[in-house]
Design a protein around this ligand. Structure first.
Ligand code: COA
Length: 329
């Protein structure tokens, strides 16, 4: 006898995705006017051509709310269907309240709960992991998962080794509870990790709890690069192994956008042709926790990623933190 639908496990369906990018675009050539750098150096080492930089009212809360509205619209859902907002950021509007409750207010939501997640560039994968766990546990039905970042405000604009690498923006997904048999769609699993021994290769040297606030991003680029290639490969393998899947099962890789060479290495590991790897680093640069939902929004929006496709996501960031997620769209 087949189990009744109500007895089957719950799963988080990715019902809609959206993004917001600041209006102002800054090219490599524009940066080279003020810094000892060049478009050629930045493109060859990173794949970046341009980035969006926030201005005026474009804070993490403002951009997160715009991305959330786009995700809800794509899902055909209204604000009243949102039980929870989980927002990943390292650049909140305030120390408190959380940027998630600022977004809640901007969306006119007065029920449910909202909180931020701090996991640097892995923030979206972490927030997705928390959200899908809460949906599986029956603590929420509809959850907005948002990554929103204004790294332009924590960059040392005189340090060419870091400031050319990042951009601002926000991305969001709306997750809704479903039952596992609904065509196998939804978040299949998430896999998150941290190892604080590496906290000094990528960090911000200040915050409101320290004297030297507000702080700037500092990075040992080569050390991060070496760790990323090894740890992301393991995270990708872990996600597939959790479901007994071979790499040929993956339709799309939607990676965190930190460096084109790391993205290409992960695509090769999965045996994916380049056109099956979603790349936005050329025009977004590294938008930290926003990069995966922004890339997903672009590829769903232009019709590349379609319902039923199997999407593998992976990210690594300061901490170090890293992880992966497997989602049937
Ligand atoms: N323009 C021109 N020259 C630059 C430069 C820039 N923007 N940034 C650094 N350089 C110079 C360095 O000063 C160095 O010069 P030197 O040899 O005279 O000292 C030279 O380029 C090589 O620097 P290096 O740091 O060895 O370059 P790299 O090949 O490792 O590339 C990164 C640097 C940052 C692009 C690369 O290490 C990287 O992408 N790392 C991973 C970073 C990452 O993913 N971070 C985010 C994780 S969320």
């Amino acid at each position: 006898m087949s189990p009744s639908p109500t007895a089957s496990p719950r799963r988080a369906l990715l019902a809609g995705v959206g993004g917001y990018l600041p209006r102002r675009i800054v090219t490599n050539d524009e940066l080279a006017l003020k810094l000892d750098t060049s478009d050629e150096w930045i493109r060859e080492r990173t794949g970046i051509r341009a980035r969006h930089i926030a201005e005026g009212e474009e804070t993490a809360a403002f951009m997160g709310a715009r991305a959330a509205e786009a995700a809800l619209a794509a899902a055909g859902a209204g604000a009243r269907e949102v039980d929870a907002i989980i927002l990943a950021t390292s650049t909140p509007d305030h120390a408190f309240p959380s940027t998630a409750v600022e977004v809640q207010a901007l969306l006119g939501i007065t029920r449910g709960f909202a909180f931020d997640v701090a996991a640097a560039c892995s923030g979206f994968i972490y927030a997705l992991a928390v959200a899908e766990g809460m949906i599986r546990a029956g603590q929420a039905e509809g959850v907005l998962v948002i990554g929103s970042e204004v790294y332009s405000r924590i960059l040392d604009w005189s340090d060419r080794r870091t400031c050319v690498l990042f951009g601002d923006g926000a991305g969001a997904v709306f997750l809704h509870a479903t039952r596992e048999e609904t065509g196998g769609r939804g978040v299949l699993s998430t896999h998150i990790h941290a190892d604080g021994r590496h906290r000094d290769i990528l960090y911000v040297d200040g915050a409101v709890g320290r004297r030297e606030r507000p702080g700037h991003l500092r990075m040992d680029g080569q050390a991060v690069f070496r760790q990323a290639v090894t740890l992301l490969a393991a995270a990708v393998d872990e996600a597939l192994a959790a479901h007994g899947l071979g790499r040929e099962a993956v339709d799309w890789l939607v990676p965190h956008q930190a460096n084109r060479r790391i993205i290409d290495a992960m695509g090769r590991r999965l045996g994916l042709p380049p056109e099956r790897v979603v790349v936005t680093i050329d025009h977004h640069a590294n938008t930290s926790a926003a990069s995966i939902p922004l890339a997903l929004a672009e590829a769903v929006g232009d019709g590349r990623i379609r319902p039923g496709d199997l999407v593998l996501m992976e990210a690594l960031g300061g901490g170090l933190t890293w992880g992966s997620a497997l989602v049937r769209m």
